[in-house]
Design a protein around this ligand. Structure first.
Ligand SMILES: Nc1ncnc2c1ncn2[C@@H]1O[C@H](COP(=O)(O)OP(=O)(O)O)[C@@H](O)[C@H]1O
Ligand SMILES: [Mg+2]
Length: 291
């Protein structure tokens, strides 16, 4: 008869933090290069980040650091040279209605279609019935404050209104993630602030997930809840910071200005903070920068 010498040891389960949910979007070691014919141009080098459901995730860096390239890769328009790109665990291989891009050039609204027709167009192209497409277009136009402009022509709209049409058109597609490439860069300063405010209000109301590209530190702080800082060409990850505590109302505060200063130092400085990645710095940017 086998007798166990000791009663089996009861192991206390180790106290572990609640597991994070799986990311909606996972970018892993993305290196993206263009073959220009005259040579290879490396746009990004081993860039990794995770975007979770409900995030307002910002890619921030100077012009030419590969932000648009990263967004296009997420959109499925550019194939990474190496690294992985997963949406809900599935590899991104081509464009799809689960990822809709809003670009800076609002004049891509076809001028021969009314505002409503512009919003309906991709829905109809995607097989949505006309009646349903119209209802969805009107719903989203109302959400962006353009209920009274459904039958207007694009050329009669201000830049801010065109931006709203582009956002309504994108959200009407009900994408998993909204991709925005410097969507307000062409607007005057006041309209830009207003659009940042409206985007924030819309996010609070609707709760979509977005990946937002900008080269403006202030815009990144206002729009984002998390910011990935990218070095100049080729883009590498300098740091990742939390910025959920800032909004437009905070933009005059000393804390906001200090955060902007530190981000500036991280982006352009060569100090010890450079190339340091500090994901989820709980106490705000100040902690992330010199950790
Ligand atoms: N289609 C392309 N062919 C060749 N080089 C490109 C192409 N698109 C971008 N690049 C180069 O890749 C780098 C990153 O560009 P981009 O992603 O547009 O940067 P950002 O959006 O941050 O300004 C730049 O050096 C740019 O010249
Ligand atoms: Mg760009």
């Amino acid at each position: 008869m086998n007798v166990l010498p000791f009663p089996p040891v009861q192991q206390e389960p180790a106290a572990s933090p609640a597991p994070l949910p799986a990311p909606l979007l996972r970018a892993q070691d993305l290196t993206i290069a263009y073959d220009t014919g005259a040579g290879i141009v490396r746009a990004t080098h081993e860039v990794s980040f995770d975007v979770y459901e409900g995030d307002r995730f910002v890619l921030l860096g100077p012009s030419g650091c590969g932000k648009s390239t990263l967004l296009k890769a997420v959109g499925g328009f550019v194939r990474p040279t190496s690294g992985g790109l997963l949406l809900r665990g599935r590899r991104i291989l081509k464009p799809g209605p689960d990822r809709i891009v809003v670009f800076q050039e609002f004049d891509q609204l076809p001028p021969w279609k009314t505002v409503k027709q512009n919003v309906m167009f991709p829905l109809l192209a995607g097989g949505v019935k006309r009646k349903e497409a119209e209802a969805r277009a009107l719903h989203w136009l109302a959400k962006v404050g353009l209920a009274g402009f459904a039958d207007a022509w694009p050329h009669t709209l201000s830049g801010g209104m065109k931006a709203r049409v582009a956002i309504a058109r994108a959200l009407a597609m009900q994408p998993d993630i909204l991709l925005m490439d410097e969507p307000f860069a062409a607007l005057d300063a006041l309209t830009r602030r207003r659009m940042q405010e409206e985007l924030q209000a819309l996010w609070e109301e609707v709760g979509f997930t977005m990946l937002f590209v900008t080269h403006s530190i202030e815009e990144a702080l206002v729009v984002g809840n998390r910011i990935l800082l990218l070095s100049p060409h080729p883009g590498r990850v300098r740091a990742e910071i939390n910025s959920h505590q800032f909004d437009l109302a905070a933009s005059g505060s000393a804390e906001f200005q200090a955060a902007a200063q530190r981000i500036h130092g991280l982006l352009f400085g060569t100090g010890p903070g450079s190339d340091h990645r500090a994901p989820g710095a709980a106490a705000g940017p100040a902690q992330a920068v010199h950790a």
